[in-house]
Write a protein of this length. Sequence first.
Length: 161
Amino acid sequence: MNRRRLLWGTLVGVAVVAAGVGLALRFAPQAPGPVVLRPDDAALTALGQRLYTTHCASCHGANLEGQPDWRQRDPQGRLPAPPHDAGGHTWHHPDEVLFRITKLGVAKAAGMPGYDSAMPAYEGVLTDDEIVAVLSWIKSRWPAEVRAKHDGINRAAKARP
């Protein structure tokens, strides 16, 4: 009888530990996968447009036009908000860089702790999926030839070690 209880106790203990490990793995934070913008996903870009209007348009413009003289530093030494339309330089950066700048802010994304920028970090304000939605909407507004060039920039970035 003692042997049977010991066996059952051991089995129950193993099951409890296995269940605990399974739950821990299931709810552990997952490393984010590669960031891929989806400008052809209508539902995603509709969400992105709403979020852009709320969080980004006041600086970057309702039509992605950016602030005037965006290449010239202001009296505080900061660059004004650049345009996100085809005339700006947003499309010159791969998806991952755009995501990191939006989530972490320019200084942290660029590894330049002393860099002063008016661009806030949206970590804790927008989820990763919402950031992808905003960036996907921005990309959806670019002409086909600019989107194709941006796709090439993404391919080149992924090919780098």
